[in-house]
Ligand binder design. Sequence first.
Ligand code: NAP
Length: 533
Amino acid sequence: MSNTRQVDAVVVGAGFGGLYMLHRMRKQGLTARVIEAGDGVGGTWYWNRYPGARCDIQSLEYSYQFSNELQQQWEWSERYATQPEILRYINHVADRFDLRHDISFNARVTSADFDESRNRWVVNTDTGETFDSRFVVMATGCLSSANLPPIPGLALFSGDWYHTGRWPHEPVNFSGKRVAVIGTGSSAIQSIPLIAEQASELVVFQRTANYSVPAHNQTLDPKRVAEVKAHYPQYRAANRETAFHADFGYSDRNALDVSAAERAAEFERRWAHGGLPFMASFADLMFNPQANQTAAEFIRGKISSIVKDPETARKLTPSGLVGCKRLCVDTNYYATYNQPHVSLVDINAEPIETVTTDGIRTSARDYAFDAIVFATGFDAMTGAMTRVAIRGRGGRSIQEAWKEGPKTYLGLSVNGFPNLFMITGPGSPSVLTNMLPSIEHHVDWIADCIQWTDQKQVAAIEAAEDAQENWVAHVNEVGETSVYPHCNSWYLGANVPGKPRVFMPYLGFPPYAEKCRQVVAADYEGFIKQHVA
Ligand code: NAP
């Protein structure tokens, strides 16, 4: 093992999670190495450079709070920050806290094997580096493993093709080009209006119509910024007490307890305000399908009032519950279909058969394209973990451990994989919350846990099997109280053929944080601790 570097921890990924994890570990005097596949920091915001990429959580909240100086000094320009602005921010953080020299860029972890005899991980990368490490932290993100549907013929296509989650670094110019977009999720809904501005012809291939609300993005009002900054810690603390860990202006009224006129007025007010707070119009929207239908009906009405061609409006109108698949937030999405060079193909009525040299063949006809954009999403929540050869006790792989779906305790630890932690793993609130503060919560929890193992002479810590089983059951029970399990979303793995159908995130940040606190207070209850011999 002469070329092997000894470290306290290997952290996989240099996005928001990995960078803060590195910072915390350094402050604790630990040696850590971050392994990052890209040539820069940023994670999601490094890879997702497609036109219109923007966060739909307000910038004043989608930012770190671990450093008060940082949150006071950084100036966001818009209510919802663009991808380039977020990438500037995360690069600023990397420089400000001098993080880069502990990161291996352009390197992918190929395997991680737990050596039971020494309670250490042996981690290999595709650049030939090997690390011998006490801990591994997977900061690999929930939406990072691109889902490229196995549509035949792609290799034959003579034009250019892109995946929104793997967008080139150099600008892509669609001017005068005939462009196809496959998919109508958040990435498609953000990029379609901008691609339409350039393309000579744009055809969108839709499998499931999606609900979207307008962002009403705007430059940040300096008065609002000053207000938040005057009480930033209190603002963050108040958001921590909310279900989605975000400032959505939650109502405590139920939709079905008010008159139809009051409901309509509230939906109208939220529509005019813009963004995800629409779903907080009433307390029962995510829990009562009948209440949910009132919001769904409101958006369906908006679609038919915006889209002029009745047939296109019909195709764009979703029939299911709203928010069950993640709600999209847009700027001019539905109105884009009023432009004569933009059209919509429902692939249920007209399935894609193959990509051809010149474009796409459906069951009905051949379409000619110069470029195809796959906005087909991700192998969410588990893909980034299962694509690495992680082998725990007895050489058991993570793929084997998760063959019926992800099993974790608190979304932080997996039985059989000692000293391996996940940041915002399946079974934690993660994607149902504002990711940034949820990432910070996990990083702090993991860093504190490592410190505790040092103090208590614990050589290895891992989820106990019964605690894990109970947690997985609890995550599902809580999920079942909501409308989330009732549609084919990536929350359930339903977007990837063959993936087990399991509701992966935990619904409700405050009870989750309380559970994490109680586990610590009870000396990491539910974890197996192996003491130093
Ligand atoms: P997505 O929501 O999973 O959407 C993928 C789209 O591709 C869906 O319309 C899906 O249809 C379609 N699709 C998948 N496989 C297909 C196939 N074989 N043939 C045809 N269509 C297919 O992915 P995304 O838009 O990249 O967004 C993923 C998540 O990332 C979002 O939900 C959100 O959490 C996050 N995100 C956030 C923002 C933001 O902050 N504004 C922006 C982008 C992404 P089905 O619906 O039928 O599966």
